[in-house]
Ligand binder design. Sequence first.
Ligand code: SF4
Ligand code: SF4
Length: 450
Amino acid sequence: MSAKHSALSPTYTRWILEAVGRTFASEPRATCGDCAMCQPPLTSLDRSFSPSLKCCTYWPDLPNFMVGRALLAGGEGARRLRDQIDNRIGLTPFGLQSSPAYHRRYEAQPGKFGMDVDMRCPYYDDGDCTIWQNRNSICQTYFCRVEDGVPGKAIWHQLTLLLALIEEKLSVDCATRRLTHPSFYTAAFQPHGVRNRVTARNFPGWIEENGRIGDELHAQLWGDWSGREVAFFEACAADVEGLSWTEVLTRVGQEADVLARRLRSMVSLSPPSYLRPARPGLALEFDERPDGVAYTSVHGSLEVYLAPQELWNALLDFEGGPLTTEGLALPDRILPLSEVVTLWKTGLLMEGRPTSDRLIEPEDLFRVVPELPVHERILFSEAGQASVQLGFGVTQITFDEPDLLNFGRSLYTHRLGFLASEAPSWSGRSWERSVELLESLLAMGLLERM
Ligand code: SF4
Ligand code: SF4
């Protein structure tokens, strides 16, 4: 695969080629020029985006070296970035961030992605991205249609994690190489050394709703570089240009190497040795039709798949089993390997383990998968019935049974870690029924063991 067809910017392509031994091409069915998601929905399960927005209802944070590269590239993108810098919107030595007002609106309406014109990215211009070569890791690795389905999406997600880590660490490295004044370290870092995201929550009163950084905070952050922010960003760009992967690792730490090795282990797309049906109920949403069951994957993919009804029924009766050279033994048939791979890619089968390995014990520790941004919303029906909606990335779960309202809220509160033995007290349900709930969340890839 030539780097010419890479989905990533030239610098990222070079690093990933060195780190993983291959490049990653754009997804052919994500036809961005003629957006695949901007067609009218064909079924009740299909989602579509507004043609004037596509998937660009997202304001990406840009690391300092990317801002510098985009400024040096010139054109409309550079003009918009200069504007943002002049107005100090989300402006810090680490790069450019979105505004608190935007962030809050984004979190408040997870289901409106691709539809809310007020959420249009500030770098989007009439169907085009003005900073295309220098958009951030999330924009570079997002595809609405993925040839290899769920495991293919997992590979893109792993690439996002790796590049986002590099952006985070390298932007801190670039900033600290240039800034030596003490007030920068006081304002920009927590006592234990973690970067302080410059948000309204961390700096109440110092940042305006539109993201403008107040004079005092700006002076603390920038010191002698105040007024020379464009030059600062361009110097950061020059700093990372030409780095080899080994040099990147020296600057960002070995964690990036771990993520790269894990990515390397995923690209063979070998089906797992033990598979079980996706839970709960095989799909996120489904529709039984004369030609089969249309469904969307529990992983929250935007794609709608179709499965024969009898195969669907057989999977509902299936507990899981090992993949052998003959295939996978369902209760009523042996599924050959090629069909197993198809079901795995379309999200009906997922990696599992024998039941004895999966037993949840009261002392087991769980947490919400840390990479998933979690949102909580309390909703009321017209009849005044409350429900708790949790968004885990693109997956949404609604807890509307009365005894599950508190379960949903408690799960959100304890998303960083909890003991399995706590779960029954959240709902009043028995231990066995609480285990079923936890297993469902595990099966959906929303929880993980700690
Ligand atoms: S990735 Fe975005 S712009 Fe490209 S086809 Fe999909 S929704 Fe449209
Ligand atoms: S930076 Fe470009 S690709 Fe990313 S959301 Fe904005 S316009 Fe879309």
